[in-house]
Design a protein around this ligand. Structure first.
Ligand code: ACO
Length: 382
């Protein structure tokens, strides 16, 4: 084996087949099980319908949706010890790391978990419900509030907003949250999904798979960009300072966060939808409006500089402005926590597809570059 055989970053390596998501990176097309992301959003579908599509491979009828939602709502009742653990962490902790603590705790409790075609989807639906209460409580803790379990309402999005903010969200807010949940549901096998697949390929449990995926999502080159992108708008602080800031970025040879993608070589279709929602919602928040003005000018400069290299805004570029306009504080990686709240569905759907139908332990090789065999000298003679 030589170094030339290494596929750096596993680029262009196919790790599994999937019936879930397909991406045409050159044309900027994203489809969920054959439905274009634009059609899904324009249809006004609920996030729960899309969760069902990912777990069961078809859109639910009314009765199936109702039954599915009951399973999710069962998950809202997260065991008390998990919420206690979240509340014991320092409130300045990273939101995604707190989600990891919660899922690691569930893995500790569910030590007898076994993958089983008859129960995998029920467990997944329940854990998608648990993620709602877990994320809401991570946020409540960061915002200085006590624990509170999510209660059922007319939608997953509404129940979440209600629990985080202790008030009835508006129709417009529910719609934006629901859209964000759908847009981040799945994106084939990025670093987080792959990390989770590695874990479950050992037949480790579903909660450990989610914990591994969260660990990989957290970094600034992946889900962490959701927060890093808006952080840079906040750092610029004023629309008039964008050009100078960008010149400095180029001089320092740094990356523009929320730009570029391993697969998309054109405008990410999700970014277009997030941009539309950001534009619609900024009337509710002066701060978000300021960020939006900075972002649009920076986008112009970014596309001019990088467009010819196929580097365009990705899904994380405008999502933060939507979250800010919805009232989520820009701190502790909370925006990446919102990404995880949606992506758990894609992660678990891929785990199920892999373990049930194409399972094999993931165990790549490394090309050895160290010294040849040599004599081991005992400590006292060194
Ligand atoms: N800003 C400036 N230059 C960039 C950017 C960027 N955002 N992204 C890529 N490039 C440049 C690199 O500097 C490199 O240039 P070079 O060939 O002159 O050295 C070239 O493009 C290729 O970069 P790679 O890192 O090899 O490309 P990769 O396919 O790994 O990039 C990645 C994907 C990591 C997402 C990258 O675009 C990036 O770092 N973006 C910023 C972080 C970000 O927004 N991440 C979110 C991704 S979407 C998601 O996870 C939901």
């Amino acid at each position: 084996m030589t170094e030339e055989t290494i596929s750096r970053g596993l680029e262009d390596v196919n790790i599994k087949w999937t019936k879930l998501t397909t991406i045409d990176g050159d044309k900027g097309i994203l489809m969920y099980a054959g439905y274009s992301i634009e059609d899904v959003i324009n249809s006004g579908a609920m996030a729960e319908e899309i969760q069902y599509l990912f777990l069961y491979g078809k859109l639910p009828n009314k009765k199936e949706l109702e039954e599915y939602r009951k399973k999710v709502e069962e998950g809202y009742n997260v065991p008390d010890f998990v919420l206690d653990l979240i509340m014991k962490l320092p409130p300045e902790s990273d939101a995604v790391a707190m989600q990891m603590v919660a899922f690691a705790a569930l893995a500790a409790k569910e030590k007898d978990f076994k993958w089983d075609k008859n129960t995998d989807r029920d467990v997944a639906a329940k854990s998608i419900g648990m993620m709602n209460t877990i994320t809401a409580n991570v946020f409540r803790h960061i915002m200085g509030k006590g624990p509170k379990k999510v209660e059922k309402s007319e939608s997953y999005a509404k129940s979440f907003l209600r629990t985080v903010f202790d008030r009835e969200p508006s129709r417009e807010e529910i719609d934006a949250m629901n859209t964000a949940l759908i847009l981040y549901t799945d994106h084939e096998v990025p670093a987080s999904t792959t990390a989770g697949l590695v874990a479950v390929s050992t037949l480790s449990d579903i909660y450990s798979g989610v914990t591994s995926a969260l660990a990989a999502l957290k970094g600034p080159l992946h889900g962490g960009a959701a927060e890093a992108a808006i952080m840079q708008f906040a750092e610029i602080g004023d629309e008039k300072k964008v050009d100078e800031w960008f010149e400095n970025l180029l001089k320092q040879n740094k990356r523009l966060m929320g730009f570029g993608h391993r697969v998309y070589k054109t405008y990410d279709p999700r970014a277009k939808i997030f941009k539309k929602y950001a534009e619609k919602l900024i009337k509710n928040s002066k701060e978000a409006e300021k960020m939006y003005k900075i972002a649009t000018r920076l986008e112009e400069l970014g596309i001019k500089q990088y467009g010819s290299k196929g580097i365009y805004p990705n899904t994380d570029y405008y999502s933060g402005i939507v979250y800010m306009a919805l009232g989520f504080p820009l701190k502790n990686n909370m925006y990446t926590g919102l990404f995880a709240l949606s992506r758990i569905t894609g992660w678990e759907a891929h785990f199920i597809e892999y373990v049930e139908e194409q399972h094999r332990l993931i165990r790549p090789r490394a090309v050895y570059k160290g010294p040849e065999r040599r004599e081991f000298v005992p400590l006292e003679k060194r």
